[in-house]
Design a protein around this ligand. Structure first.
Ligand code: SF4
Length: 193
């Protein structure tokens, strides 16, 4: 019998293959390639951003530009790295010129993330930015909801500002660091270690 570990890997790989072939919305036409998400398929901690940007589109990987470097730095501050977590986006193809994804595009793409989360079955979902926060907490306002935990069904949702916002605004970067440093306590609270 195959191990659960192998099943998660294989199931995520199958979803990634479907995403790569998806033409359900027009974003696949302007993007170079899909960015399905990557990381540890058996983790209990996932990070969800909005949509691929320029470098993600070039390489097919989540958070690889300057925002990705900041995310790596922040993970290092709490003694984690990308192999400990899974990182994805709610939208899998880059919107042209990094524009915001439309509500219709989010609705069409939604089933892929739902299926990925069903496979991984994380306990903590850390959202990066307003769009991914509103995916799980439709009425939340990021200036109030960031840095606090919100129970949504079986998930603990922990909203953070997007690293790109931290790169644009030094005060937001400080806030992002402060919120990030609370993650080990949340992990402990949810009995993940
Ligand atoms: S963004 Fe989502 S729904 Fe649109 S083509 Fe890509 S995978 Fe399909």
């Amino acid at each position: 019998m195959k191990s659960l570990k192998m099943n998660n890997e294989e199931n995520l790989e199958n979803i990634s293959n479907e995403i790569s072939l998806c033409t359900k919305c027009a974003l696949c036409k302007s993007a170079i390639q899909a960015v399905p998400g990557s990381g540890n398929p058996n983790t209990k901690i996932v990070f969800i951003g909005e949509a691929p940007g320029f470098y993600e589109d070039q390489l097919g990987l989540s958070f690889v530009g300057r925002s990705g470097k900041l995310l790596d730095f922040l993970l290092g501050q709490i003694k984690l790295n990308r192999n400990d977590v899974w990182i994805g986006n709610i939208i899998k193809h880059r919107p042209p010129e990094n524009r915001d994804p439309s509500p219709e595009e989010i609705k069409i793409c939604k089933s892929f993330l739902t299926r990925q989360l069903d496979v991984i079955n994380p306990k903590i979902i850390i959202t990066l930015g307003r769009f991914s926060m509103n995916y799980f907490l439709p009425d939340a306002v990021i200036s109030k909801a960031h840095g606090k935990t919100h129970q949504v069904g079986r998930f603990v949702i922990y909203p953070l500002y997007h690293p790109a916002a931290g790169l644009r605004n030094p005060n937001m970067k400080l806030q992002l660091i402060e919120d990030f440093l609370k993650i080990p306590d949340i992990i402990e609270m949810t009995n993940l270690i």
